[in-house]
Design a protein around this ligand. Structure first.
Ligand code: ATP
Length: 219
């Protein structure tokens, strides 16, 4: 029996911007997902502490996705103060949604090539499919040789078509050609710090929120 998959997009979202939103919209369409859960990280184990609180970052995600009913804010990681690992979040979601529900962890090609550095990374394949967005014209296959031997083997054995996502609850790797917008949260934070415009890099309600709460200004 097939069941439409649910996508999971984790990130610091410090702040959320059109790069994230376009990635999610393209994946929703191309991977034929039922919906996408946006999960802002609380205390991310793999990178620097976010500049603003999880509450502000969640509020900005809520504003950004308000007009897309298939995008849902999930605040489970934001509420935690201890380091939260993707594998634990997936275990929680799996317990809530049941063993048969297909789940897709969404990420960019660069993140996938670093997957072997994630906590309990091989367990991820038991809990979800992984859907990887890469720039049109560059396939992951061409770059997988720079990954570790173990990751390369998982990739080669698990690569499948979109149709397989709804047939199994987890275990597949799907590649999708998705144009990447040259926008990053880092770029937005530096523009704000320099009193420069951030218009057209992110939704207007998020830009208004940043200005209203004076986020990303140097102390
Ligand atoms: P920072 O600049 O602070 O490192 P970021 O803009 O890269 O942040 P994250 O919250 O780290 O944002 O990203 C969450 C997810 O969104 C990651 O899987 C990342 O690959 C993806 N992503 C971020 N920016 C883009 C973009 N412009 N186009 C497509 N995917 C993106």
């Amino acid at each position: 029996m097939s069941k439409q998959a649910i996508g999971i997009l984790g990130g610091t979202f410090d702040p959320i911007h059109f790069g994230h939103l376009r990635l999610a919209e393209e994946m929703l369409e191309l991977a034929e997902l039922q919906k996408i859960l946006f999960i802002p990280a609380g205390t991310p184990p793999n990178r620097d502490t976010p500049q603003v609180s999880a509450q502000h970052r969640s509020a900005m995600v809520r504003l950004a996705i308000a007009d897309q009913p298939a995008f849902i804010l999930d605040e489970r990681e934001a509420d935690r103060t201890t380091p939260c690992y993707t594998v634990d979040t997936l275990r929680e979601l799996r317990a809530e949604l049941g063993a048969a529900q297909p789940l897709c962890l969404l990420m960019g090609g660069d993140a996938f090539l670093q997957l072997h550095t994630w906590h309990e990374w091989e367990r991820l394949f038991e809990l979800a499919h992984i859907v990887v967005g890469y720039r049109p014209g560059f396939t992951l296959e061409e770059r997988i040789n720079s990954a570790t031997e173990k990751l390369r083997r998982h990739y080669q054995q698990r690569l499948c078509a979109v149709a397989a996502l709804s047939q199994h609850p987890s275990g597949g790797v799907v590649e999708l050609a998705i144009p990447k917008l040259e926008i990053s949260a880092t770029l937005i934070r530096s523009r704000v710090a320099e009193n420069r415009s951030i218009r057209y890099l992110l939704p207007n309600p998020v830009a208004d929120y940043i200005h209203q709460h004076q986020l990303y200004k140097p102390c």
